[in-house]
Design a protein around this ligand. Sequence first.
Ligand code: FES
Length: 151
Amino acid sequence: MEEKEQPKGGPHFVGKKDELIEVKQSFITLEGRDILVIYHQGVFYALDAYCYHAGGLLLNGDIEDIDGKMCIICPKHKYKLSLAKGECLYKGCNPKEKPPVPRWFSKGVKQRIHTVTETNEDVYVKLSEDTSWIESDFYQGEDGKVERAKT
Ligand code: FES
């Protein structure tokens, strides 16, 4: 079948819905960017494939509900990245609290998230157009590839 020309930035066709649901996590390259398309509990997500922390491949990371946010756990050092926003969550205590109670905090958005849409059982991803630097961008570039190769 002839591949259809797809607009720059997308939306790009990434697969049939039932196939993506079956595999749950798919590694896909769009315009030279490596992303994961994840299906979890009825929702599709797309995010950069390499963890912002040290370039670990997020593919097959466990998915957990953390403080009401669905997160992928990086297989490398277990950082928790929210699938909807790309925030990195960590557990900490406020030492001024007596007694200190551990709770979840956000380090902010660290992982670039892309937009998933569905039309007639076809799934599409539109790459993020946010022009601000997001830390996971590093591992999509040439320097990041070199770093990834070292680990
Ligand atoms: Fe993902 Fe370190 S590379 S937690």
